[in-house]
Design a protein. Structure first.
Lengths: 114, 115
């Protein structure tokens, strides 16, 4: 079945460091891909998305490119801040379905130290 | 994006009891989704709720344990029945984004602890 594999955490970085969180997926069709962020004590927020191959999603300095050839959607940010500390989830939409059912990765905890 | 309100935000319940979680959306939506996030784990879809029909449950989840109501296009409830400590989780309500967008929007979640 469809699945998302995410880099295990926690990831601990110093402020202004470069961030990469790896995400690969398995899907029989052509899913849309998402990154969600969960700040401490809060619900999930959509960070960025890409709906087709070679699309680049971006928001708040974060970027991810839909790579069909490597079935990947890695999250990157050039310079992280303490306020970026959160859990990041990679997700895909059910490619064959008519609904917005999402399949999530296990989440990666990012801790940014001043 | 939709604004989603969930109640309660957290609760501590005795085993064997039931808790009903409410989800209110500020706009009409066709489908609403209920997810469970167990401690330190990812989100798992429990069921999809359409207005006017029975909810569709994912493998491993049954209506007797997680009955869902969907009386109108802006509201849904999820009940966690006959609770045990293994039900301690965050329960999240979600709605679909704009047509074709495929993204989902989430409520703040209900943090449930069963003792």
């Amino acid at each position: 079945g469809d699945s998302v594999t995410q880099m295990e955490g926690p990831v601990t970085l110093s402020e202004e460091a470069f961030l990469t969180i790896n995400c690969t997926y398995t899907a029989t069709g052509y899913p849309s891909l998402f990154w969600y962020v969960q700040y401490p004590g809060e619900g999930l927020q959509l960070l960025l998305k890409a709906t087709k191959a070679d699309d680049k999603g971006s928001n708040k300095g974060f970027e991810a490119t839909y790579r069909k050839e490597t079935t990947s959607f890695h999250l990157e940010k050039g310079s992280v801040q303490v306020s970026d500390s959160a859990v990041y989830f990679c997700a895909l939409s059910d490619p064959g379905g008519a609904t917005n059912k999402l399949i999530f990765g296990t989440g990666t905890l990012l801790a940014v130290q001043p | 994006s939709a604004v989603i309100s969930q109640k309660p935000s957290r609760d501590i319940c005795q085993r064997g009891t039931s808790l009903t979680i409410q989800c209110q959306v500020d706009s009409q939506v066709t489908m609403m989704f209920w997810y469970r996030q167990q401690p330190g784990q990812s989100l798992t879809l429990i069921a999809t709720a359409n207005q006017g029909s029975e909810a569709t449950y994912e493998s491993g989840f049954v209506i007797d344990k997680f009955p869902i109501s969907r009386p109108n296009l802006t509201f849904s409830t999820l009940t966690v029945s006959n609770m045990s400590p293994e039900d301690s989780s965050i329960y999240l309500c979600s709605v679909e984004g704009r047509v074709g967008g495929r993204e989902a929007f989430f409520g703040q979640g209900t943090r449930l602890t069963v003792v």
